[in-house]
Design a protein around this ligand. Structure first.
Ligand SMILES: NC(=O)c1ccc[n+]([C@@H]2O[C@H](COP(=O)([O-])OP(=O)(O)OC[C@H]3O[C@@H](n4cnc5c(N)ncnc54)[C@H](OP(=O)(O)O)[C@@H]3O)[C@@H](O)[C@H]2O)c1
Length: 336
């Protein structure tokens, strides 16, 4: 396996987590470059996390032909422009969730990447975690019988954080936290949604802060999803079946998986595979895809990224949560 040169765009909170994962993958991934809007911030970050190159602008990073993979760690509203910059320079990209601010942007970005034969994928780490397959195997085995309801909640009090409350940054609980609940439902109950009932309480800034979502599937199953950026922390998922239930602690990065029968007896608690911090799995998936010459990851194909973006557009449209840049004049970027 070739050691790929990885670079980070934007040096905020999640960039530090990714840097720790990259450092832990030494031998397979090289901590190559760091770009910030401030050269000084890039230098400080590079020193702390042992990156070789620094750039005082995102453009400089995109222009560097030595970069094999760019990880985009900026706020949601910037993902489209930042990823587009990379794709147009032929750089492979791993874009943080939410992939873009809306489905129109996602569709356009995917089109550009396919047209330019450039690798592009979404950094929704949960999809790449090996623990996800444990739940899939349990369901396949039939240990809880026929699964019929799914519950998920991810709530963290983050409404004081600008990235969360500012509509210009595509804030809101849904794109940041709620998308993990949509992901949990999508992974285990699919996307054949016949009907949606939902409601959201908004902040004064106009973004959604507390969301309740009910999905009614074509096969009769049901999911109840909750997210809040004013209360919490709550982070759990549950799948109930005719013969028992599966509980998951930390639905973004599974900390525990427990299986109970209908009498409440604990049947199984599978071990969670070891990890650096969980972010390494999406990087390794990119390495494998790049090596195989693919333009997307099997763990999170473009079609699924688009599906989740479309689900979020539909919910925001029902709630009247519209970002200031989603105007008619911006054409393809408007909410669908
Ligand atoms: N996978 C996960 O577990 C996880 C967890 C948290 C967040 N995230 C995702 O990671 C992304 C970033 O979140 P974060 O918490 O790391 O955010 P953050 O701490 O605010 O950092 C974002 C960085 O983006 C850059 N940036 C570029 N344009 C900006 C603008 N107009 N306003 C503010 N910052 C701007 C800044 O870096 P420079 O100025 O240095 O360029 C900033 O440090 C989001 O997509 C979020 O959903 C994922």
């Amino acid at each position: 396996m070739k050691r790929i040169n990885m670079a980070i765009m934007g040096v905020g909170n999640i960039a530090r987590q990714m840097a720790a994962a990259i450092n832990g993958l030494e031998g397979q991934v090289c901590a190559y470059g760091v770009a910030s809007r401030s050269l000084e911030r890039a230098e400080t970050f590079a020193k702390e996390w042992h990156f070789q190159r620094v750039y005082g602008s995102y453009e400089e990073l995109a222009e560097d032909p030595e970069v094999d993979l760019v990880y985009i760690a900026t706020p949601h509203a910037m993902h489209y422009d930042n990823a587009r910059l990379c794709v147009e320079h032929g750089r492979a990209v791993l874009v943080e969730k939410a992939f873009t601010a809306n489905a129109g942007q996602a569709r356009e970005l995917i089109r550009l990447a396919r047209e330019g034969h450039v690798f592009l994928t979404e950094a929704i780490w949960t999809r790449y975690l090996p623990a996800r397959q444990i739940v899939e195997s349990l369901l396949k085995e039939g240990i809880i019988g026929d699964p019929f309801t799914l519950e998920a909640e991810f709530s963290v009090p983050l409404s004081h954080v600008r990235r969360m409350y500012d509509p210009a940054l595509a804030g809101g609980a849904l794109l940041d936290l709620g998308m993990y609940c949509l992901t949990f439902a999508s992974m285990y109950f699919g996307n054949e949604i016949a009907r949606v009932e939902s409601r959201a309480e908004k902040l004064d800034t106009g973004v959604d802060a507390v969301d309740e979502i009910e999905y009614f599937y074509q096969d009769g199953r049901k999911a109840h999803l909750r997210t809040s950026m004013v209360t919490g922390p709550v982070n759990r998922g549950e799948i109930r079946g005719t013969r028992g239930r599966i509980e998951v602690d930390n639905l973004n990065n599974y900390a525990a998986i427990r299986v109970y029968d209908t009498a409440g007896n604990l049947l199984r608690e599978p071990e969670i595979p070891p990890q650096i911090n969980g972010y390494e799995y999406e990087v390794l998936a990119c390495v494998r895809a790049l090596e195989a010459g693919r333009q997307e990851c099997a763990e999170m194909p473009h079609a699924l990224t688009l599906e989740i973006m479309e689900q979020m557009d539909r919910l925001r449209r029902d709630w009247g949560v519209v970002y200031p840049f989603e105007t008619e004049e911006r054409g393809g970027t408007s909410i669908e």
